[in-house]
Ligand binder design. Structure first.
Ligand SMILES: [Cu+2]
Length: 150
């Protein structure tokens, strides 16, 4: 009987320890992931979403990849003397603890290049996001008609 009680205590301790480990790893949620549809012959598109970090540890989006695009960069748009410019963010996107970071048209965005086929509105495209601490997070981009996004 005593041994049995001890083993259930052990089990309980293991569960708490495991839960503790899981909670220490930041969890990133992806909200409203979407990509602009492309016309045939167009090989570049923009990807947008909100990165949500509900945890108490800061994280960072470091890279993004997809089987249907040769290269995906993280860009920041800015307006310089009325001219829209984009630059790559080589250090990725910081996602502070308990924050929401929006990738949106005319702001930070995913520059999706070397598309293997046109992106047709209504489809869903799988994407892998690599975070410094949370590791790999899967997302599915909804392809939206080009005119549906500002
Ligand atoms: Cu860009």
């Amino acid at each position: 009987m005593a041994r049995r009680r001890l083993s259930s205590l052990y089990l309980l301790v293991s569960i708490f320890f495991y839960v503790g480990l899981v909670c220490a790893t930041p969890k990133i949620a992806i909200e409203n992931p979407r990509v602009r549809a492309t016309a045939s012959g167009q090989t570049v598109s923009g990807g947008y979403m909100t990165l949500i970090n509900d945890g108490s540890t800061a994280d960072r989006l470091v890279s993004v990849s997809a089987s249907w695009a040769g290269m995906i960069q993280i860009h920041q748009s800015s307006t310089d003397g009325g001219v829209m410019r984009m630059r790559e963010m080589p250090d990725g996107v910081p996602v502070p603890a308990r924050s929401r970071v929006e990738l949106k048209p005319r702001g930070m965005h995913l520059m999706i290049m070397q598309l293997s086929a046109p992106l047709e509105a209504g489809r869903s495209m799988p994407l892998l996001l690599q975070f410094e601490k949370a590791g790999t997070v899967k997302a599915s981009l909804r392809v939206e008609p080009a005119g549906a996004m500002p």
